[in-house]
Design a protein around this ligand. Structure first.
Ligand code: ATP
Length: 345
């Protein structure tokens, strides 16, 4: 069907006793940057390998661009996988690595070279074609792997933690580059990561996995601002939950609620607390962490429970911050930032 790059229906995969994927239904749109996010062992890599055709589902159905591919071999699917270790051929030059798939397809040499150079230009590696992978940095090797994937013009690019081996600075730079590249080429990217910040930064939509099942699918803002379950609230962003007796006393309601740390203001205990639409709670600062651009307060509430509040350091200095340890404070936030998080299971 037009507009739908990937469709998974009732997908299940077991390895002996282990249920790796436990009934996943999912649709990924054409041209989307789609991330599969979850803790280690939650099944995201297995779903990627099922889409690629490296694994066969125990149950369920896989469609690519409206065509069922469930039983097809990897090379019969219009997808390409980029692995974390890049899997470049060490004895070949960069250009030969990139052109390899075209050679297999018997594309004439001049055309192969032209396409390989174009793909290398897309990943900003003009002039590196005659080097070997060992003569490149980690980030450059990553780019070669991308160029090799792009040269075949797959409909869907599958990426398994492709930035996992890079250090933080390079990783952040590559996140932006990868996102820009995806926009430019317009290919559907399905991206596996366990890093919530990475998923929030890059994705059009995110699927959050837990124990082989989907916990929530949505845009980064939906996932972050409206977590569907307490698991999503804790896994994406800082866990900041108010439940039980504390919820009853502070919010006047039952159930578990998520409040994002940056929505909470830290005030003097004596501050007037009756602003309309606001919730407020008094407590003692258990820990305070100076983060340069902001400060994190961990506050033990008188009502029970602990909340984290994140304040921008507009005027605060490191010395001011230290004085807060053990201080009595009042936390305040607008009630619209209190999100009930029913547990899906
Ligand atoms: P990670 O981030 O650590 O890669 P993941 O979310 O990608 O984790 P999967 O690799 O999909 O998780 O694994 C899901 C479950 O399936 C795990 O319990 C894992 O041990 C199991 N599993 C995956 N592949 C195999 C296999 N080939 N044989 C046996 N068990 C497997």
């Amino acid at each position: 069907m037009e507009g739908r790059a990937v469709r998974l229906q009732g997908l299940r995969k077991t390895f002996g006793e282990t249920v790796a994927v436990d009934g996943v239904d999912l649709e990924i749109r054409d041209g989307e940057f789609f991330s599969m996010l979850g803790p280690s062992g939650s099944g995201k890599t297995t779903v990627l390998r099922l889409i690629a055709g490296f694994e066969t589902p125990t149950e369920g159905r896989i469609e690519l661009a409206g065509q069922e591919v469930t039983g097809l071999a990897p090379f019969e699917r219009d997808v390409h996988t980029v692995f974390q270790d890049y899997a470049l051929f060490p004895h070949m030059t960069v250009e030969q690595n990139v052109a390899y798939a075209l050679k297999i397809r018997k594309v004439p040499k001049a055309e192969r070279l032209r396409q390989a150079r174009e793909a290398l230009a897309q990943v900003r590696l003009e002039g590196y074609g005659s080097r070997r992978p060992a003569q490149l940095s980690g980030g450059q090797r990553q780019r070669v792997a991308l160029a090799r994937a792009l040269v075949g013009r797959p409909r869907v690019l599958l990426l398994d933690e492709p930035l996992g081996a890079l250090d933080l600075k390079l990783r952040e730079q590559m996140q932006l580059e990868l996102k820009a590249l995806q926009r430019e080429v317009g290919i559907t990217f399905v991206f596996v990561t366990h890093d919530q910040e990475e998923a929030l930064t890059m994705s059009d939509r995110i699927a959050v996995f837990r124990q082989g099942r989907l916990e929530q699918v949505g845009t980064p803002a939906e996932i972050y601002e409206r977590p569907a379950t307490s698991f999503v609230a804790s896994f994406v962003g800082t866990s900041n939950l108010l439940g039980g007796e504390a919820a009853r006393r502070v919010l006047g309601t039952d159930g578990t609620h998520s409040i994002r740390p940056e929505k909470i203001r830290v005030l003097k205990e004596s501050a007037i607390a009756d602003e309309p639409g606001h919730a407020t709670a008094t407590g003692t600062v258990a820990e305070v962490v100076y983060l340069g651009d902001s400060t994190r307060f961990l506050v033990d509430l008188d009502a029970g429970g602990r909340l984290t509040a994140l304040q921008q350091n507009l005027e605060t200095s490191a010395e001011d911050v230290a004085a807060f340890r053990g201080a009595r404070v009042r936390l305040a936030w607008h009630r619209r930032h209190t999100v009930p998080v029913p547990d899906a299971r």
